[in-house]
Design a protein around this ligand. Structure first.
Ligand code: NAD
Ligand code: MG
Length: 398
């Protein structure tokens, strides 16, 4: 039977890996819905290759441009082009869709991911920001909707694989004593604090092992990515922050580990290629070929592990702090980080400003740390945090 897939964020790095796998297995998967924000030319190419039923461009002008371009092609007659965030939610929850790949970057991916969860879809979750922001709101929506959440963030997918049939969405796995999230350490692993503060955009997005979108690449350089992943792991596996360790592992071969009560530590290894975790989740509990190069033990001669340096990378402590105080603080952290990363990428602020803006926004909104009761309240808090973070970025403008 062909599975109908909605690829949210189809033009991005996760979207590209997912569509590569769908292209390799057309007898099993059909890309029925494709969504993107603005990249019209890239979407035209994807439309021609995958012939989806529906395309959503969240940006209205981009949607109109796409309609104009597709009108000239006979193969595009059956494709419907929709626009706006509401259309994104509708497409992610359409009855014909059974699998949703949540590959939008940042908070923009939350409404569609949470709607898909409430609608009981099988969700391949890459968009960690959705879970970081919404926490228990997301978990409760998924539980109520009986959604299946399969993590495709490589670390969480590694843990999911180590758990095997014991994995239950949002339930602490039996016999597990600790989760060990591995981190490459990013491009600045060996840099001193002063050099890190003044790193350029080019240096920050040059990840040593993975090719990814710009935002997550900067998050890897600040190690906020690992902070967000710590929060993601807390919710996905129902583990307290004290039982989740971060381990710097520069080779990115071990994608994470799980420690069990009997003294076993299981690790999942593989080449650093997102098609492995995505393929694993797409066919779970079965396995399918992904075309990813097998790990060659002849070239992987050493595996190194070291503790993270929380002085040079304060994001880790900030993320832990939000889990300790709970409530909405992770949402504030996420919003501030998105704004700060955007300011850095636009060369409006120095790299070191990212840590300061996140910390300052979190403490300035400490009176707003109580858990929001609805998605609307959460989105209002997100907007308020963004406004505060924007002002702090402006104070640090270059
Ligand atoms: P990307 O920048 O390459 O792609 C982002 C996608 O989201 C694009 O299709 C873009 O059109 C869409 N998008 C951007 N803004 C939008 C908006 N306002 N509304 C609707 N759509 C919007 O990002 P990526 O690297 O593919 O990352 C996507 C998500 O997956 C992130 O949450 C990231 O943390 C997570 N993730 C990525 C990787 C990776 O290897 N790239 C690994 C693990 C987790
Ligand atoms: Mg990851």
């Amino acid at each position: 039977m062909v599975e109908h897939v909605a690829v949210l964020g189809a033009t991005g790095s996760i979207g590209e890996s997912t569509l590569d796998l769908i292209g390799q297995h057309p007898e099993r998967f059909q890309a029925t819905v494709l969504t993107a924000h603005r990249q019209v030319d890239k979407m035209v190419g994807l439309a021609q290759r995958f012939l989806p039923k529906v395309i959503v461009m969240t940006d209205g002008a981009a949607a109109q441009q796409l309609r104009d371009q597709l009108r000239q092609s006979s193969w595009a007659k059956t494709i419907e082009v929709l626009s706006g965030p509401e259309a994104l939610v509708e497409a992610a929850t359409a009855p014909s869709i059974s699998m949703v790949v949540a590959g939008i970057v940042g908070a923009a991916g939350l409404p569609s991911a949470i709607a898909a969860a409430a609608a009981g879809k099988k969700i391949l979750l890459a968009n960690k920001e959705a879970l970081v922001m919404a926490g228990s709101l997301f978990v409760n929506a998924a539980k109520k909707g009986q959604a299946i959440i399969l993590p495709i963030d490589s670390e969480h997918n590694a843990i999911f694989q180590c758990l095997g049939t014991d994995y239950r969405c949002f339930k602490r796995p039996h016999g597990v004593t600790r989760l060990l999230l591995t981190a490459s350490g990013g491009p600045f692993r060996r840099w001193d604090m002063q050099a890190i503060r003044h790193a350029t955009v080019g240096q920050a997005i040059a990840h040593p092992n993975w090719t990814m979108g710009r935002k997550i690449s900067v998050d890897s350089a600040t190690m906020m990515n690992k902070g967000l992943e710590l929060i993601e792991a807390h919710w996905l596996f129902d583990m307290p922050e004290t039982l989740i360790d971060i381990v710097v592992h520069p080779q990115s071969v071990v994608h994470s580990m799980v420690e069990f009560a009997d003294g076993s530590t299981l690790a999942q290894m593989g080449s650093p290629d997102m098609r492995t975790p995505i393929a694993c989740a797409m066919r779970w509990p079965e396995r399918m070929p992904s075309s990813v190069a097998m790990l060659d033990w002849r070239s992987v001669r050493t595996l190194e592990f070291e503790p993270p340096d929380e002085d040079r990378f304060p994001s880790l402590a900030l993320a832990r702090q939000t889990l300790r105080v709970g409530g909405a603080s992770s949402a504030i952290l996420n919003a501030a980080n998105e704004v700060a990363v955007e300011a850095f990428l636009a060369e409006r602020m120095a790299f070191g400003g990212i840590f300061e803006v996140v910390e300052q926004t979190l403490s300035s909104l400490s009176h707003r740390w109580a858990a929001p009761e609805s998605l609307e309240a959460l989105l209002a808090l997100d907007a308020e945090s963004r406004a505060a973070a924007t002002a702090f970025c402006t104070q640090r403008a270059l």
